[in-house]
Design a protein around this ligand. Structure first.
Ligand code: MN
Length: 224
């Protein structure tokens, strides 16, 4: 994310997927997500998080100057009346902004795992035993999330990685964890195309994972 996307007034980031003419396109992750779902997800759902986050901070000059990561990491200390909107809409904005970057187009069904020489690949093997074991664990938490939420691969404060899920739009940043890879398992993310088949949606996710982005999140503390 760009630094200005972490400050009030919040704005909807452009999607990073381009067509052959270099124009932003909703139709570039079609193996994983159809263009109609992608457009609704970005222009309606994500936009609503941005709008509601701005509305919650409109009369709060004391909070407008603080960046969103700071607000989420120090969520417990925020005034009671803004905690719920920042949790839901602040979480929704940052989760979706990162989610778009965590995927890439043009993979055509290839690239199922991070390149073995990358730091994240080495760490995944060290932690989970193999990439397949990691994938199974991530798939399990995404499948088991009852109702709406996210599955995550995160890095903690001592540099270890873990897989878990959060409900609703709760951000790992509320627990001072760094999101490396996230998957939106709200029905709005997949229902038009997959209906109730969340397992097929999760399975197709691996085709579009942007491992270069995950590697940056793992190795560069300034990358958002
Ligand atoms: Mn979503």
């Amino acid at each position: 994310m760009k630094p200005e996307e972490l400050k009030y007034p919040y704005t909807l980031p452009l999607l990073p997927y381009k067509d052959d003419k270099g124009e932003v396109s909703y139709d570039r992750l079609d193996q994983f997500v159809d263009a109609e779902t992608m457009k609704l997800h970005h222009t309606k759902h994500h936009q609503a998080y941005v709008d509601k986050l701005n509305a919650a901070l409109k009369d709060r000059p004391d909070l407008q100057g603080r960046n969103l990561i700071d607000l989420l990491e120090n969520f417990e200390g925020l005034p009671k009346e803004v905690q719920t909107p920042i949790r839901n809409h602040g979480g929704g904005h940052i989760n979706h902004s990162m989610f778009w970057q965590m995927m890439r187009s043009g993979l055509a069904g290839k690239f199922p795992a991070p390149a073995p020489e990358t730091e994240i690949a080495k760490k995944i093997v060290e932690k989970f035993g193999s990439f397949d074991e990691f994938k199974n664990k991530f798939t399990q938490v995404a499948t088991d999330r009852f109702g709406s939420g996210w599955a995550w691969l995160v890095k903690n404060s001592v540099g270890d990685i873990e897989v878990y899920s959060t409900p609703n739009q709760d951000s790992p940043m509320m627990g001072k964890l760094i999101p490396l890879l996230g998957l939106d398992v709200w029905e709005h993310a997949y229902y038009l195309h997959y209906q109730n088949r969340r397992a097929a949606y999760i399975d197709n996710f691996w085709v579009v994972v942007n491992w270069e982005d995950v590697e940056k999140r793992f190795t560069d503390p300034n990358y958002i």
